[in-house]
Design a protein around this ligand. Structure first.
Ligand code: NBP
Length: 473
């Protein structure tokens, strides 16, 4: 018997993805550098479907039906290149290598171009949902050629999460498009998490609620427009009591957030593309600030305001509005980055389709994503999500509360980098005039960088060191 698809790299992700394929009736070849993991998988879960274990790359490749579909689920970076170098010589034109790891899209573009020369399709694929998603249905973001998607799409859609019967998998676009979209997905995830963290911080230290009380607030929010996986698990984490100390779990965890790098890539790439993603950037920086223990220790006694709690009722509702408005901004920034990347690399990404495949399986899955899909359905040329009717109305209605919540944070010395950056972005976009005009004047003064005028075409320079007449440049 031959396998319809093969998975090499059987750590948590690869093993669960292989089981997911087998459970859906697809005979799956399995291979791992250390073959003990291959044996363990078949011993433990062999009855879930048809597994074809292979000890060597040659055996593995020989067990795949043609054209071969080979999924790599190893540590991103050097290990991925090592595995490609090992398997590519064994493949034939028309075969497909799917990289399901968290690769940087630039690496995916490089690998795709190299393998295309040999006629092998390289399909950089974003897979979100962690180990649970890999087993029970992830959100899958495959790049690569349209031809490869014809052979892979049905399999990927079959094992993906489904929402309203619609698979959370679709062809994103050529070469690195899938990993690019997965990267931005993670950037949005960072922003979403930071905004939730700020909402918690305000409810705790401005309104004086306990973690258990805040868990209830989040549970209530999860029945409304904020309904999402992240809001749901936030309530769970906040309601959890530490067994060893009897204290709220959130109070015994060291307050230093870690990161693996996809949030940072989102911001670095946005800088390269010239896309303002301040909300996402502040989320990455907030983790970075939290990790600077020495800096924080040295700064601990710097003066701040006295922390009188807010008394006004309705504060939790105001925070909900600030959270919703800020979340809309984070998604608007992320989708702007996707559209800019798509334009830069000629990927032709359909933003509404991305919202659709993020509705299930992945960490940012949320009811809210339906609204994004609807917004792009209604107007595929939408310049920003903030202009979509639903979001414009929601932010407009929330803005007073949003401003009040940020003001409260400022007054009490509770940092709200995510909320504040989101509001600054919103206010910048809607501003009639920005002080960028002054910046241009300064640049022309010190560097003769020239400026454009509001009333005439062309570039101009003022003779600042001379008689200050204006010259056409
Ligand atoms: P890891 O990222 O921990 O990688 C372990 C796997 O890589 C093992 O199978 C290991 O083989 C193999 N490997 C390494 Br390390 N170096 C190798 C080499 N030079 N040649 C061949 N194989 C090598 O596994 P994971 O956590 O399952 O993640 C797999 C991929 O999925 C990663 O790219 C990750 O970023 C991505 N991802 C992970 C998650 C998640 O929630 N964990 C979510 C989404 C995406 P060995 O057994 O012989 O050491």
């Amino acid at each position: 018997q031959q396998a319809r698809i093969g998975v090499t790299g059987l750590a948590v992700m690869g093993r669960n993805l292989a089981r997911n394929l087998a459970r859906h009736g697809h005979p799956v070849a399995v291979h791992n550098r250390t073959s003990a993991k291959t044996k363990a998988l078949v011993e433990e879960f062999g009855d879930e479907g048809t597994f074809l274990p292979a000890e060597t790359p040659e055996q593995f490749v020989a067990s795949l039906e043609r054209p071969r579909r080979l999924v790599i689920m190893v540590k991103a970076g050097g290990p991925t290149d090592a595995v490609i170098d090992e398997f590519a010589p064994l493949l034939e034109p028309g075969d497909m290598i799917v990289d399901g790891g968290n690769a940087h899209f630039a690496d995916t573009r490089r690998r795709e171009a190299a393998l295309r020369e040999r006629g092998v399709h390289f399909v950089g694929t974003g897979i979100s949902g962690g180990e649970e998603g890999a087993l029970n249905g992830p959100s899958i973001m495959p790049g690569g050629s349209a031809e490869s998607y014809e052979a892979l799409g049905p399999l990927l859609e079959d094992i993906s999460a489904k929402v309203d019967g619609v698979p959370c998998a679709t062809h994103v676009g050529p070469d690195g498009a899938g990993h690019f979209v997965k990267m931005v997905h993670n950037g949005i995830e960072y922003a979403d998490m930071q905004l939730i963290a700020e909402a918690y911080d305000l409810l705790r230290y401005a309104a004086g609620l306990s973690p258990a009380e805040i868990a209830e607030v989040f549970r209530t929010w999860n029945t409304g427009r904020l309904e999402s996986y992240l809001i749901e698990i936030t309530a769970e984490v906040l309601a959890h009591t530490d067994a060893a100390t009897g204290k709220p779990f959130v109070d015994v965890v060291l307050d230093q957030a870690e990161q693996k790098g996809t949030g940072r890539w989102t911001v670095q790439t946005a800088l390269d593309l010239g896309v303002p993603v301040g909300g996402i950037a502040e989320a990455v920086f907030a983790r970075s600030v939290s990790g600077h223990a020495d800096l924080r220790e040295a700064s601990r006694n710097l003066p701040g305001p006295s922390r009188a709690k807010v008394e006004e009722s309705g504060f939790a509702d105001a925070v909900e509005q600030a959270l919703y408005a800020s979340k809309i901004v984070a998604y608007a920034q992320g989708f702007h980055e996707i559209q800019a990347g798509s334009a830069e690399y000629g990927w032709g990404i359909d933003p509404g389709a991305m919202a659709t495949i993020w509705r299930g399986g992945c960490i940012i899955r949320a009811r809210f994503l339906d609204k994004i899909r609807e917004a792009y359905d209604a107007d595929p040329g939408l310049p920003t999500l903030l202009r979509a009717e639903h979001f414009a109305e929601a932010v407009g209605a929330a803005q007073d509360a949003w401003r009040q919540v940020i003001t409260t944070g400022v007054r009490l010395g509770i940092p709200t980098p995510g909320f504040s950056a989101a509001l600054a972005y919103y206010d910048s976009l809607r501003a009639d005039r920005l002080p960028a005009a002054l910046t241009q004047g300064q640049r022309d003064f010190f560097g003769a960088h020239t400026y454009r005028r509001t009333d005439r075409d062309g570039s101009f320079h003022t003779l600042w060191g001379g008689d200050r007449t204006e010259t056409g440049a």
